[in-house]
Design a protein around this ligand. Structure first.
Ligand SMILES: [Zn+2]
Length: 224
């Protein structure tokens, strides 16, 4: 509990300081941590993912939130590994778009599985034809620990986000990356881009920081 309070305090500092100051501080006071958090900003480049109700691509939201999460985890002393840091696909081969997408997915799996003591956090946004649906939801891999991390994160999202989500964590199915990783891993659908209110919140830096605080605190609780 004490560690959780400290994490929230550190996270709130991030909200006030901004990411540049946090990076400078974390470079000066490195703290030893056993795990490396692999942050996968879903989609990118030729694969934009879903499109929001205002026309912005899912890949942009995923990257913005992933970069904020990286900065916060650095402040807490965690090693991180970013699958991507710009708007790019990471395929290594393929002629057609379909072949490049397959190569991109395999490359993501390789990058996760080659990481020692890795824990995967894959960031995505949801979409549905009916704009009424909203709420962050955590999906988990079949690997050891993934269900516990997902349960903890979903509980904290329900109690800390404004407005709170009523969704429940769920075992993932049909997502190549999550079905081929060997480490603990979760995929967070941060919200529905098809819901105008939620899309507006997901665009706000303050809400993105709030989300990252909950993710980082939940990881710290789980790993601690
Ligand atoms: Zn996605």
């Amino acid at each position: 509990m004490y560690a959780y309070v400290l994490t929230i305090a550190a996270a709130l500092l991030l909200v006030h300081w901004g990411s540049r100051a946090v990076t400078a501080v974390s470079e000066r006071i490195p703290l030893p941590r056993e795990h490396c958090i692999v942050i996968d900003a879903g989609h990118g480049g030729i694969d934009g993912g879903a499109t929001s109700c205002t026309g912005k691509l899912e890949s942009s939201y995923n990257l913005e939130i992933s970069l904020r999460l990286r900065d916060l985890l650095h402040l807490m002393g965690y090693q991180t590994k970013m699958i991507r840091t710009t708007d790019e696909s990471i395929y290594t081969k393929g002629e057609t778009i379909a072949q490049k997408k397959v190569s991109d997915l395999k490359e993501r799996v390789r990058l996760v599985n080659e990481t020692d003591s890795g824990v995967l956090v894959s960031i995505h946004q949801n979409q549905y034809p009916d704009s009424r649906y909203s709420g962050a939801q955590v999906f988990y891999a079949a690997t050891p620990g993934s269900d516990l991390l997902a349960k903890n994160l979903q509980k904290n999202l329900a109690s800390c986000l404004i407005p709170p989500t009523k969704r429940k964590e769920k075992k993932i199915s049909g997502v190549y990356l999550m079905e081929h990783i060997k480490c603990t891993g979760i995929l967070l659908e941060c919200g529905f881009l098809s819901n105008p209110g939620e899309e507006a919140r997901l665009s706000e830096p303050s809400y993105q920081k709030q989300l990252c605080c909950v993710i980082a605190a939940s990881l710290n609780e789980f790993l601690g």
